[in-house]
Design a protein around this ligand. Structure first.
Ligand code: GLV
Length: 328
């Protein structure tokens, strides 16, 4: 019997391709070409599965044009590149890569918070530019992490990881806002108290965003929310571009309405709002929160496990639209 055909949309570890090739006829993209939607549709002809990375948009137009497609396996926990409603209507399963990146991403959220509050990037640029001629009492004074109030918006697994780092490691007072409140045992484990969004923005010294992107979470932080924050506060976004209104944030940073921001994700990335590139009090990283070799390998392995699990064994591990399975 011929093997099902699978497309890998982006360059990936050679061993990932080898694993897939044990079960599938694989078309890969190890040159990492950036495909237009028309090219993606063309490549998907005859494919039962696709390994995506979060950059490939799977919508009704793609699904209409690719009738053989059965599963899209994202190598990302976020899956806002999937139109899940259209996928379910077309009987196409989506899977994501949760859990395996939780601790690595929480580490990065904390690293970005510290770099932002303690002005590490800004001071490094100063030194590299040869501007350090003498010590000064107020040179690059930032804000404290230890003992401060950490406000987390989005208290899923990654948010909880950041809360634990803050509360247990740095003696921070942790407050959080989420669509639903955690149960008492989890709140105690994270040493975190539930508050309304407005109270969080008004009282936190550091605000970290870890909410999934949905139309409802679009511009969770805009000009009105930034105006509620303390002028000494920092804002960190490791969630998704579009959660923050980047133009409003750039204006707030420029006017020092908040002290600083750390951003790993951007509206319209890989483009970055030009005003963010010119303000000094922002740390910018290119969507690398889960980027350690073991974690990226685990994410790729989980996407492969989902493709094999569904197309070979009929049992995907981490479906995002399980309604498709109920139809079988
Ligand atoms: C990265 O942003 C992911 O969703 O895994």
């Amino acid at each position: 019997m011929s093997k099902p055909k699978v497309l890998v949309a982006r360059a990936i570890f050679p061993e990932t391709i080898d694993r897939l090739a044990q079960h599938f006829e694989v078309e890969s993209n190890q040159a990492d070409a950036v495909w237009s939607k028309a090219q993606l549709i063309d490549k998907l002809q005859g494919k039962a599965g696709v390994f995506t990375t979060g950059s490939e948009r799977i919508d009704a137009e793609v699904l209409d044009a690719c009738p053989d497609l059965k599963i899209c396996a994202n190598m990302a926990v976020g899956y806002n590149n999937f139109d899940t409603e259209a996928m379910t209507a077309h009987g196409v399963l989506g899977t994501n890569a949760p859990d395996v990146l939780t601790e690595t991403t929480a580490d990065f959220g904390f690293a970005l918070l510290m770099a932002t509050a303690r002005r590490i990037a800004e001071s490094e640029h100063f030194l590299r530019a040869g501007q350090w001629t003498k010590w000064a009492y107020d040179m690059f004074s930032g804000s404290d992490i230890h003992g401060s109030t950490l406000g987390i918006i989005g208290m899923g697994r990654i948010g909880q990881g950041i809360a634990k780092r803050g509360a247990h490691g740095f003696g921070m007072k942790v407050i959080y806002h989420n669509r639903s409140r955690l149960d008492a045992a989890l709140e105690a484990e994270c040493k975190a108290s539930y508050v309304g969004k407005e109270e969080l923005l008004k009282t936190a010294d550091h605000v970290v965003l870890v909410v999934p992107y949905t139309p409802a979470s679009h511009h969770t932080i805009g000009a009105a929310e930034l105006a509620l924050m303390k002028p000494t506060a920092t804002l960190v976004n490791i969630a998704r571009g579009g959660i923050v209104d980047d133009a409003a944030l750039a204006a707030a940073l420029k006017d020092k309405r908040i002290a600083a921001a750390g951003l790993d994700v951007f509206e319209g990335e890989p483009k970055v709002h030009p005003d963010l590139l010119t303000v000094p009090n922002v740390v910018l990283t290119p969507h690398i929160a889960s980027a350690t070799v073991p974690t990226r390998k685990a994410m790729a392995d989980l996407a492969v496990d989902n493709l094999v699990g569904y197309l070979v064994n009929g049992k995907p591990l981490t479906p995002v639209n399980p309604a498709v399975l109920a139809k079988h």
